[in-house]
Ligand binder design. Structure first.
Ligand code: ZN
Ligand code: ZN
Length: 295
């Protein structure tokens, strides 16, 4: 079992635990705001299960009908997560609407908030873990999970404040108002998660600073070639694909040209471990004005 899978399993475990604790806090108090907090966790459990399946599938090696690998399964799970975040927000708005017109009294607020707070601490720890590890492993699904959890933690803090103020002031509409704010925050997070994953599904190029690194490696390692052009890169989950044309002297042998290619491929693999490079070799009359000049 690899690290990504272990983290996805951990998310599922943390999600279920937090859900149980937050439902307890909601039942103790009867607060709509705390209910919205618990509802967020149901989404977490569902998306953690989806992400786990995606990660297991994404790590499969290429096969006959998926020769480029299964990396994009991760992006699908991130998009699905965005959709579910939006669905949760709408459910909370619906509940809050009802509570505005039929206000409820919050019971046992101190004990309820302590229980809820314990679950939020667990979430805070796990969200830090996910974002950190997700970035290291270049897994958009893990980072998306972590960012989603972070919005949960922030909104949980807001909810706790709101419940305290509602109890102290005795204003019944503060509780559903808090729930509405939670829902809006969740909507915003859902939008962010979806936008980023769609970028991956659309084969977005690597960021400019990384492209600059790649150009530098080609310029210094492709000795024996004249230039490179038509550099194209794309990312699919944790996989990186690099393609370009390499212009070599027209009278060089296949052996010589291949040796240059192998050297550049090895150097790019050192720069971006696990990246897959494809090089198209051309004679000098195919050179372009806007190419990467080899030193
Ligand atoms: Zn060309
Ligand atoms: Zn080769």
């Amino acid at each position: 079992m690899n690290r990504t899978t272990i983290l996805a399993l951990g998310s599922l475990f943390v999600g279920i635990t937090v859900l149980g604790i937050k439902i307890l806090a909601w039942k103790m108090t009867g607060s709509v705001a705390l209910m919205s907090d618990a509802l967020e966790s149901i989404v977490n459990v569902a998306t953690a299960a989806a992400a786990l399946l995606a990660v297991i599938y994404a790590s499969r090696p290429p096969d006959a009908n998926h020769p480029y690998g299964h990396h994009k399964a991760e992006l699908f799970s991130a998009v699905l997560e965005g959709v579910m975040i939006v669905a949760a927000a709408l459910a909370i708005l619906h509940e809050a609407w009802g509570a505005f017109f039929a206000p409820r009294v919050i019971e046992a607020p101190v004990a309820g908030l302590l229980v809820n707070g314990a679950a939020s601490m667990l979430n805070a720890f796990w969200c830090w873990m996910l974002i950190n590890e997700g970035r290291k492993l270049r897994s958009p699904a893990l980072v998306a999970d972590g960012k989603h959890l972070r919005t949960d933690v922030i909104s949980s803090i807001g909810v706790a404040f709101g419940v305290v103020i509602a109890v102290v002031t005795g204003l019944p509409w503060l509780d559903p108002l808090m729930a509405v704010l939670v829902a809006l925050n969740i909507l915003w997070a859902g939008w962010g998660v979806m936008r980023q994953s769609v970028g991956g599904l659309m084969d977005e190029s690597l960021p400019e600073d990384m492209l600059e690194e790649i150009r530098k490696v080609i310029a210094t390692e492709a000795t024996g070639a004249y230039q490179a052009h038509d550099l194209r890169t794309r990312q699919a989950g944790s996989a990186i694909f690099i393609e370009f044309h390499l212009v070599v002297p027209g009278d060089s042998t296949v052996h010589e040209a291949h040796e240059v290619c192998d050297r550049v491929e090895a150097a790019l693999d050192r720069l971006l471990p696990g990246s897959i490079t494809t090089i198209h070799v051309e004679p000098e009359e195919k050179a372009k004005r806007s190419g990467i000049v080899v030193y």
